[in-house]
Design a binder for this molecule. Sequence first.
Ligand code: 3H9
Length: 682
Amino acid sequence: MANKPVNALSKAIRTGLIDAMNMALANDNVEAIVITSELALFSAGADISEFSSGDLAPILPDVLTLVENSSKPVVAAVNGGAFGGGLELALACHYRLSTNHNKVGLPEVHLGILPGAGGTQRLPRLIAPEKALQMIVTGAPTSVKAISELFVSIVEPSELLVQAIKVAKQAVGKVIPATSLIKLSSSPEIEALCEQTKVQTSAKARGFFAPAKCIEAVKAAFELPFAQGLKREGELFEECMHTPQARAQQHFFFAERVAGALPQIAKDTALRDIKQVAIIGAGTMGGGIAMNFANVGIPVVLLELEQAALDKGLELIRRNYENSAKKGKLTQEQVEQRMELLTGTTSYDDLSEVDLVIEAVFEKMSVKKQVFEALDKVCKPGAILASNTSTLDLDEIAQCTSREQDVIGLHFFSPANVMKLLEIVQGAKTADDVIKTAMHLAKTIKKVGVLVGVCFGFVGNRMIEVYGREAGRLMLEGATPQQIDKVIYDFGLPMGPFTMGDMAGLDIGYFVRQSRKEFISHDPSYCTVADELVEAGRVGLKAGKGVYLYDAGSRSPIPDPSVLDIAKRKAKELGIQRRDISDQEILERCIYPLINEGANILLEGIAQRASDIDVIYVYGYGFPVYRGGPMKFADEIGVKEVLARMKHYETALGEYGKHWFTPSPLLEELAQKQQTFAGFKA
Ligand code: 3H9
């Protein structure tokens, strides 16, 4: 097989496999068949881009039946990763060999489906049921050594083809060991295993449709004869494939990959060398950012003006690494190696040789400017000067240097060593090679970089502001924080807006609001309960009290009736009539303005594509991937419907609605032209 870049089993490859099999079967000089790949991968499985086209004939299960029913032995020489249908092809062969450092897997569950070309029926026939179930339900790749029973042998890459041909020759004239002939039967142990897997995966699988179907399909392998099991797998596959979740997850697969594309930047633009990095500020954020680089072997200098703060920051990083070691994620040796890459300084003079500086100091323009003025004086020409600001005007920061072309925003999300998202903020004068280097760097530190433009809050925080505003207003109008949080949690986010606010610290939003008074002054209801809480010292989890109360050492929110009393009093003062609010209204009023803001962001060119916004929301804010992100969610329910509901609230909520629910012109345009966000081109 040779279908660049990943040997996706497209229509052409499936047809090619059928033709090649038929040719080999018809040719008396052919005694046995070896299937392998000319690329570095064996195969990434079915061609996901074909799923929406509908023309899937000849279907993969039929190709694999032809392979398995071959009267001549078929050997898979798995020369590189084999995923999804790629692994299923290998499972349908009569013998398998692999190279030794190879990984294989059945990741279909991440696409909202299940292995639909016999994977759920053949894998449990070839490896231990618990391993098969884990692979199918989690979709996680596995080293071939962990499932060595699947292979006749695991060899060095240079040996693979020679050995595979040897196995093929030895098989000639012997009984062909078709996997489908292996008999399985159900038992109380299998029943228990399936139940246990359901329980084990329930937290991670919350809201997802496919994982339970994966378990059902594997169960069928034990309960039904092979042919019927295959049929059952096909039915369950179809059931999954036609859900909005499958569409959303497949959309997200491509969204994540396209996010890195920079078509506006010339292909031959050279990258800048990043061999040493400096971080300004060794607080939680700065420390987390530093860990990303140490994790991939890039030395980091941390700068704090006070030695005590520096020591504290380095100590916090060590504690984080030690905790990972305790959990078995790192060895003690790795902890020490990483710590050796981290050095501290209290002097800007020590930053003269670094290639990249990331500022992670207090979110205040005057403080940021001081830092950039200092960096401008000491950093070598060509060094990239980055700010981790989450809301401030990057261009204003850049203007206080003599090198605006070298200034960029690298907005990490907290905890910075864990969260996958990196918003890469392009200033008015940021050079192309700086953008390209930042995007490349995101990959190096295992993040997903998304390019955004300059505006208040960029993409993520600009959109989250309207969501938070609406949650606060709903509390004034009659909903409780628990009701609002539950609606959002049930929609699929890891927590609701009030739990999130408490966790992040209510003082953060409060501080931002202080610097945006002119933007919100016309609306006295704007986050007014949150403001009162912060002014009373109730800043959230870290204070043991915010919108909720917290027992010492606990993160579990406890509802506090006194917060509702504040909401009632404020509502009265503002002349807001309190009423029962339905869950549907809560959902629409939190999510639709967020989508509307996304539409404005697209119109202004702050994001390159709607799918980039989806990537930001899934990786930065925990928007459920099975909804594809807010813009995909809008496409799924219909842009027209979102527009209609925005218009409804625009009038139903009086003055408040008139101001905050004005539909984006893009929403109007797409609805009128019956187009989707996915199809929108700036
Ligand atoms: C399946 O098999 C269903 C069956 O059970 C039943 C059928 C009836 N199709 O990720 P990369 C593209 S479902 C189409 O950057 P890497 C990708 O978009 C399938 N395109 O490379 C990108 O394009 P571009 C189950 C695919 O080296 C380019 O290839 N299999 C597919 O970092 C490079 O991709 C999976 O879910 C595909 N299957 O990682 C595996 N795969 O250059 C999905 C990739 O235009 N694939 N592309 O942006 C992966 O997980 C990774 O691509 C892989 C390589 C680990 C293989």
